[in-house]
Design a protein around this ligand. Structure first.
Ligand SMILES: Nc1ncnc2c1ncn2[C@@H]1O[C@H](COP(=O)(O)OP(=O)(O)O)[C@@H](O)[C@H]1O
Ligand SMILES: [Mg+2]
Length: 287
C-alpha cells in the first residue's frame, strides 16, 4: 500500500465533440465519466466490462492515441502529467515506458518483415546497434518461450501460429523494457488452451521484470489467475475496483454480480438456465 503509484488516473473524463460523433447526435458525448484508477510498479490490474463499456477508450486515452477525443482530469505517470504534455514527451512515454498490445496478433505484425526486424524495431528506433538489438530480440523471444528463438528471427509471421504470433507481438512490446504494458484483449482471438499459455507467460514476465500490467478483457473468467486487482467498467463508469479474491467473494455492483454469475460452473445443474447480466441488473434496480 505504501509504494507510490506508477500510473494514477484521477477523475479522467473522455468526451467526443459533436462533430466527431459517430452516428450523429446533438452535443458532446461523454464516453468515460470521472474515472479514477491507479497502478503500482509491478502490479497487475484487470479492467473488465462488457463490450462498449469504454475500456479501450480509457486505455487509449492514457497514451492519447485518439487526438479527436477531449480529455479532462489527470493522468499522472511516474510523477509527470500526461494530459497536456508535449508531443515529444508523449512520444518518449509511448513504447519505451508504456507499451500497448491489441487483440489481433494477425494484423499487429507486418507480413513482409521478418520476426527479427519487428521485435528489434523498438530498439533500432532508439539508436541501439543492429547487432545488439537482434541479440536482445532473440533473448526476449526466448524468455517468452518461442522455441529456437535465434533461428526464428529470420522467419516471417506467416510461418507462425496465432499463439506464437501473439508471443512475438509481446516480445516487441517488452523488448525496450517498458514499466507498464497495456494489453487490450490480447488473447480474445486465441483458442482457450493457447489463451492460457499466453496468460501464464504474461504473468511470469510481470513477476520477473517487475512489469505493471493493465489487462483489458470482457471475460472475467480469465482474470482470476492473472490479476491482483480487478476494476469493473459499466457504461463509461468505473463501478468496482477491488482485490481479485474480494471481488469474486463479495461482488457489490449488480453488474459485477452478473458477470460472476454468468461464468459457467462445471458443477452447475445443466437444466437450469444461467442468469444473464441483464437478469442481475433487473434484480439490482428492483432492490
Ligand atoms: N467517435 C465516437 N462517436 C460516438 N461513440 C463513440 C465514438 N468512439 C467510441 N464511441 C463509443 O464509445 C463506447 C466505448 O467504446 P470502447 O472503449 O471501444 O468499448 P470497449 O473497449 O469496452 O468494448 C462504444 O459504445 C463506442 O461505440
Ligand atoms: Mg475494446
Amino acid at each position: 500500500m505504501s509504494t507510490p503509484a506508477l500510473l494514477s488516473l484521477d477523475g479522467l473524463t473522455v468526451r467526443v465533440p459533436e462533430k466527431e460523433r459517430i452516428g450523429g447526435g446533438i452535443g458532446d458525448l461523454t464516453l468515460v465519466h470521472d474515472l479514477s484508477l491507479s497502478i503500482r510498479p509491478g502490479e497487475r490490474v484487470a479492467l473488465v466490462g462488457e463490450s462498449g463499456s469504454g475500456k479501450s477508450i480509457t486505455a487509449r486515452a492514457i497514451l492519447q492515441l485518439d487526438p479527436h477525443l477531449q480529455l479532462s482530469g489527470s493522468i499522472d505517470w511516474d510523477c509527470r502529467q500526461l494530459i497536456g504534455a508535449s508531443p515529444s514527451a508523449l512520444r518518449r512515454v509511448r513504447g519505451a515506458e508504456i507499451s500497448m498490445i491489441f487483440q489481433d496478433p494477425m494484423t499487429a505484425l507486418n507480413p513482409v518483415l521478418t520476426i527479427g526486424e519487428q521485435v528489434a524495431e523498438p530498439l533500432l528506433v532508439r539508436g541501439v546497434s543492429k547487432k545488439e538489438a537482434y541479440r536482445r530480440a532473440a533473448e526476449m523471444l526466448d524468455r517468452l518461450r518461442v522455441p529456437q528463438a535465434k533461428e526464428r528471427l529470420r522467419s516471417y509471421p506467416g510461418q507462425f501460429s496465432g499463439g506464437m504470433r501473439q508471443r512475438v507481438v509481446m516480445a516487441a512490446a517488452l523488448v525496450a523494457q517498458p514499466r507498464l504494458l497495456i494489453a487490450d484483449e490480447p488473447t480474445t482471438a486465441l483458442d482457450v488452451r493457447v489463451q492460457e499459455q499466453v496468460l501464464d507467460i504474461l504473468e511470469e514476465q510481470s513477476r520477473e521484470l517487475n512489469l505493471a500490467v493493465l489487462f483489458i478483457t470482457h471475460d472475467l473468467a480469465i482474470v482470476a489467475g492473472l490479476a491482483q486487482r480487478v476494476a469493473v467498467m459499466f457504461r463509461g463508469h468505473l463501478v468496482e475496483d477491488r482485490p481479485v479474491d474480494d471481488l469474486f467473494a463479495h461482488p457489490e455492483h449488480p453488474y459485477t454480480r452478473g458477470l460472476i454469475g454468468s461464468v459457467p460452473r462445471l458443477d452447475a445443474d445443466p437444466d437450469v438456465r444461467l442468469k444473464t447480466v441483464g437478469d442481475y441488473l433487473a434484480e439490482g434496480s428492483a432492490a
